[in-house]
Design a protein. Structure first.
Length: 213
């Protein structure tokens, strides 16, 4: 028997997924009306759950950080340094980890968000350091490179367009195509390639973008 709590949690999951999808398509300009319409609820229902759009995006950010950290912990649990790093990247890309990039710098970063972000940075540093020590990751690849790679592939223009067009029959094929592209990119992380151009990217291009200062 479905309880009121179960129904509320299911509706919240639907609302959060709708917000993530609309944000992926429309960026920081995603409207509350569009999110509510995608979720199949009224705007009043959305505001009863989240008082502001910022609060909704903060909740999405926390869920995204939780997923990042869980995926990193699973990667570190793998005894194979390369397999653990690759699984982490694939997992984060499939989750759509980069979809929240457009709101960076537009919402307040709460203390909880900041703490989970620091934890995520530390976990990724461990994944990268372990892969470097094992000689399976090219030495000039940094943790920020990995973060930006995930963000780049986490948003798929093809998937976004197909969802917008309602072409559900093509979503599986598009997701598989993205997975192939990620596998190609992962090969470029292996040792034995020409040096990467320019200087390594700094944190200001990833975590630093969330600061409103």
């Amino acid at each position: 028997m479905t309880t009121r709590k179960d129904l509320a949690e299911r509706n919240d999951r639907t609302l959060l997924q709708a917000a993530r999808d609309v944000l992926a398509e429309d960026g920081a300009h995603a409207s509350v009306a569009a999110i509510a319409a995608r979720a199949g609820v009224g705007i009043g229902s959305l505001y009863r759950r989240y008082k502001t759009k910022e609060e909704l995006f903060q909740r999405l950010s926390l869920l995204s950080l939780d997923h990042w950290n869980e995926a990193a912990e699973q990667g570190l649990a793998d005894p194979d340094p390369w397999a653990g790093l690759a699984a982490f990247i694939h997992d984060c890309v499939a989750f759509g980890q980069g979809s929240l990039g457009p709101v960076a710098g537009t919402i307040e970063v709460t203390q909880e968000m900041s703490a989970k972000s620091r934890r995520g940075d530390d976990l990724l540093d461990q994944l990268v350091r372990r892969a470097h020590q094992a000689g399976v990751l090219r030495r000039d690849v940094t943790a920020v490179d990995i973060s930006l790679l995930i963000e780049q592939f986490g948003r798929s223009p093809v998937l976004d367009q197909l969802r917008k067009q309602g072409r559900g029959e093509l979503l599986t094929a598009a997701a598989e195509a993205r997975r192939r592209l990620v596998a190609i990119a992962l090969d470029g992380l292996r040792p034995g390639h020409s040096p990467l151009p320019g200087s390594p990217p700094g944190e200001e291009l990833f975590t630093g973008r969330w600061s409103r200062e």
